[in-house]
Design a protein. Structure first.
Lengths: 295, 278, 364
């Protein structure tokens, strides 16, 4: 007869441990229930519905119809084009501003940050509406340009791609600035000084020392902006005037106007999968960066 | 030109070398802040058309907003919609904040294995494009006949607000010294009592921020409201969006001005509350 | 004030974290009213053991009894212990009085009794009159005393302390060591004290439990631990020592060919280590009875205030690269006769001060 594996209090302690774990998990339960019931299950349902054809049987026709249709292709291209362009505009406008803010003393940087946060917390609709007002034919932009005799007739800035881009860039810019700023603030100024003391010009010191260290924040910002643009609805709908059709708008119209859940969910699945792939690749990039980049 | 020769930011770089950066940055900042502000003078314009700068000044659009329900142009019930938005936003605070806070506490005290599984699920409402969340909810609500219901709206908005609450409270808890709760427990406080008497007062700032963010997120939410709210329960955002899409009603300028004041005010409140703590 | 202090019985306490064995079958009896120190390096498990006593860590199995009562299944807030943490963990949103009064408030004590006991506790830690101060206005030493007052205000029978003095500077720490010990004596509690500082342990404790790699290495009075360590780890960890390889055969120890006189019997044959405490060495010209003699020269002489530390290189043929450390008190009769660098020297170690530990006692 071998020694019993039962040590003193082992069973009771195990039970105690389990109870403790359940109690903590229980705290997260209401949250999880809500998310499961209202997100996981409906999204799963949408996934399933994308594989149901018009006659109610399982089929891939929703997807094949998308791939065959020229209209859908245009929508994909438009969505990606606008997302990429918006991301680039944000990068070009946002990086210098964020760099500028990160080099200021805390008080001034905080002031500038309020300037970034106020539009961030201003309603999406208000900002979109503001651009509508500014960019329309009789809006202030055109009025100034005409008065300064830079153009002879008002330019059409709204209800087209340009208006959409301008509006979206304005809305997305804080999403780039915030993570980038957080990253830049942690960059040790001594590194740049060290480069200078070794003989680098300010420009060289920047590109070889500062910029590489800011890449994680930049990537995070670019990713957030890009992913948000892919699924964006409100601003393109208003500033695009029906001429700029992005994926989210098509999903919405499929349901609102046509009640074709199959088509809407198929497009939705494509949108979701693209988003997840990009986020996944990004997470790989970031961990690569952390391994190979800074020590 | 001593001003331009001044060294900036503790490095060897002088202002003169960076003048272009300063000018560029100030322009971008200007472009960030100013466009939203254009709606303010617009709201005081007399004209029915969107002209800027306004030729005549009047308060008619504010009157139109506040006297909704009576004879007005286009959409009538702006005030009703506003009231709905406020109701939903306040209720969202009471759903999102407790659920998010409890989840944050449970998460931070769990094993890292469990955390790495649960956390992505919990922030999924942020990652999934809102349009999909909206149609998912719509489908679900149609089945349960919850479309156009207050409950449906509150739950939908809470879904979107909760991840933000989670992140804010998690950050607050990370900065907090859990040892204090341990001490309280060693001195005789049950876990629950220790949380309420010791931990909670010290993450006050995070909780308040979370409440404010829940409110703003719900109040500004457009897409879910578009699909899920309607009829008697239309939110102000839904009404605005439809008005913007269908015809251009300058009442929107008045509403926008009010919204800017509210959100800027709340933001300043958060800043003040934060600095008072320090 | 007299209390009935409790004894603590620890049996078979074991805790594993995945692959890491934090505590291995710890068995320990703490006498009632005793000041016991858990001493060990970082990661040794001493804090884990304290947390098991407090109830914040649940062991995989084992028993912890306070007196006759099994407490290992009880949550921390029902164990009626006082606890002081390393970083004091004072409640910043309460002032000193409120901090100290918190345990009493939890126990539903009447307002008058609360006030009285709080004042009493503050007086005991010599902080009378500071009740209204805010926590952030206090110095490190004062914060420490508030944490202490808070832990004893409800007169617990058992006091647990987790490296409470490690954040203080040296002088304050040494003062507080003595004060804490006096406090323990006057309050008649059973105290379990965790530290990695061996000097602190030697100063304050009735007994020391040396813990390393999750196991109890040795339990004894400071004298026993210092003068009769069980193994090489303890010999090295407590106090200073030089360890010299010797071989043992038939209950005799040999350094190369010459015999080393040892004050105890050694059963196992094989490679061992001779533990030499620097202050036990003395300059010896002739061979005295029951004394081990070593020859060499002074390679370094370091002034350390109250003593001189000499590093001796001994006969390379016998000792190889081995050096011995020797400590001579400055201002002793040897004034003027302290050897300088380069001097040839012969030193003695009495048999009563020579002891041997097994070489492989510390398994990694």
């Amino acid at each position: 007869m071998s020694l019993s594996s039962e040590h003193i209090n082992e069973a009771s302690l195990r039970r105690l441990n389990r109870q403790e774990r359940y109690k903590l998990f229980g705290l997260t339960l209401p949250y999880l229930v809500l998310v499961t019931a209202l997100i996981i299950i409906p999204i799963g349902w949408l996934f399933y519905m994308s594989f149901i054809g018009r006659d109610g049987t399982l089929s891939l026709e929703n997807y094949t119809r998308m791939l065959d249709s020229k209209a859908y292709m245009r929508i994909f291209i438009t969505t990606f084009k606008i997302s990429i362009l918006t991301t680039l505009i944000c990068a070009m406008l946002g990086y210098p501003l964020t760099y500028f803010m990160s080099q200021l003393p805390k008080k001034w940087a905080g002031l500038c940050m309020i300037g970034v946060l106020i539009p961030f917390w201003t309603s999406l609709l208000v900002r979109t509406y503001a651009w509508l007002v500014l960019l329309q034919k009789k809006g202030i932009v055109n009025t100034i340009l005409v008065d300064l005799e830079l153009i002879s007739a008002p330019i059409k800035f709204v209800h087209n791609t340009s208006g959409t881009l301008i509006g979206m860039a304005h809305i997305m810019l804080p999403f780039l600035i915030l993570p980038l700023y957080a990253n830049m603030r942690t960059i040790d100024k001594d590194c740049v000084r060290a480069a200078a003391s070794l003989g680098a010009t300010p420009a060289r010191a920047f590109w070889t020392v500062f910029f590489p260290l800011s890449i994680p924040g930049l990537l995070a910002g670019l990713l957030i902006v890009f992913v948000l643009c892919l699924g964006f609805y409100v601003t393109p709908a208003i500033l695009g005037g029906g001429r700029v059709i992005m994926a989210a708008m098509k999903i919405s119209s499929n349901i609102e106007l046509y009640f074709s859940w199959g088509a809407a969910s198929a497009l939705g699945v494509v949108l979701l999968v693209s988003t997840l792939i990009i986020l996944f690749l990004a997470s790989k990039l970031v961990s690569m960066d952390q391994i190979s980049g800074k020590s | 030109m001593n001003f331009f020769n001044a060294h900036v930011s503790e490095t060897h770089i002088r202002l003169r070398d960076r003048l272009w950066l300063y000018i560029f940055s100030i322009i971008v900042l200007f472009l960030l802040i100013v466009p939203s502000l254009v709606v303010i003078p617009m709201s005081f314009s007399d004209s029915q058309y969107l002209e800027f700068p306004p030729k005549n000044w009047s308060l008619r659009w504010y009157e139109n907003y506040f006297s909704s329900g009576k004879v007005g142009m286009g959409f009538n019930d702006w005030l009703g919609a506003t009231w709905t938005s406020v109701k939903v936003a306040v209720l969202t605070i009471f759903v999102a904040t407790p659920l998010g806070t409890m989840a944050a506490y449970g998460l931070i005290n769990s094993s890292s294995k469990l955390r790495s599984v649960l956390f992505p699920v919990m922030i999924s409402p942020m990652i999934i494009p809102v349009i999909l969340v909206a149609i998912g909810l719509f489908y679900f609500y149609v089945k349960f006949r919850m479309v156009d219901s207050l409950l449906g709206l509150v739950l939908g908005h809470s879904l979107v607000a909760m991840p933000l609450v989670l992140i804010i409270v998690l950050a607050g808890l990370k900065n907090y010294d859990m040892n204090q709760e341990k001490v309280a427990r060693s001195l005789g406080a049950s876990r629950l009592r220790a949380f309420f008497e010791i931990t909670l007062p010290q993450i006050k700032f995070s909780i308040v921020s979370a409440c404010l963010i829940s409110f703003l997120t719900s109040f500004d939410e457009v897409i879910i409201s578009l699909f899920v709210a309607g009829g008697d329960n239309s939110t102000i955002t839904r009404a605005m969006f439809l008005a913007l899409r269908d015809q251009i009603d300058p009442t929107i300028a008045a509403i926008s001005t009010i919204l800017i004041i509210i959100s800027s005010g709340l933001l300043l409140l958060v800043q003040l509350f934060g600095t008072k703590k320090e | 004030m007299t209390l009935n202090a409790l004894n603590i019985s620890i049996k078979d306490i074991t805790k594993k974290y995945d692959d890491f064995h934090a505590l291995k079958d710890i068995n320990l009896e703490v006498t009632s009213g005793e000041f016991l120190t858990l001493l060990g390096p970082s990661g040794s498990g001493k804090t884990t053991l304290l947390m098991v006593l407090a109830g914040f860590t649940s062991p995989d199995y084992g028993s912890v009894k306070f007196g006759d009562e099994e407490v290992v299944l009880k949550p921390p807030h029902l164990r009626d212990i006082g606890m002081v943490f390393q970083n004091y963990a004072l409640f910043p949103h309460m002032n000193v009085e409120q901090n100290v009064g918190y345990p009493q408030k939890l126990r539903g004590v009447s307002t008058q009794l609360l006030k009285d006991t709080v004042n009493e506790a503050l007086a005991t830690v010599k902080l009378d009159g500071l009740g209204h101060r805010n926590v952030d206005e206090l110095s490190g030493g004062q914060k420490q005393r508030v944490a202490l007052a808070r832990a004893i205000v409800f007169k617990p029978k058992i006091l647990l302390m987790d490296e409470p003095l490690s954040a203080l500077d040296k002088k304050l720490r040494e003062e507080m060591q003595i004060e804490l010990r006096h406090l323990h004596d006057s309050l008649n509690m059973t105290t379990v004290y965790v530290t990695h500082d061996q000097k602190e342990a030697l100063t304050m404790s009735d007994r020391i439990a040396v813990i390393n790699h999750g196991s109890l290495m040795q339990l004894g009075t400071p004298n026993e631990i210092y003068n009769s360590p069980n193994n090489a780890f303890i010999a090295d960890f407590i106090g200073e020592s030089s360890l010299i390889p010797v071989s043992v055969k038939d209950n005799k120890a040999y350094l190369k060919k010459s015999e080393i006189f040892v004050n105890h019997s050694v059963e196992k044959n094989g490679d061992h280590l001779l533990v030499v405490r620097p202050e036990k060495l003395f300059i010896s010209e002739e061979k005295e009875k029951n004394t081990n003699l070593f020859f060499g020269y002074v390679s370094e002489s370091i002034f350390q205030g109250e003593s001189q530390l000499l590093v001796l290189r001994l006969d390379p043929e016998v000792f190889g690269e081995q050096s011995l450390q020797m400590r001579i008190a400055n201002g002793s009769d040897l004034k003027g006769k302290i050897p300088t660098v380069g001097d040839k020297i012969s030193i003695g170690l009495r048999m009563s001060d020579s002891f041997i530990v097994e070489k492989s006692d510390v398994s990694q």
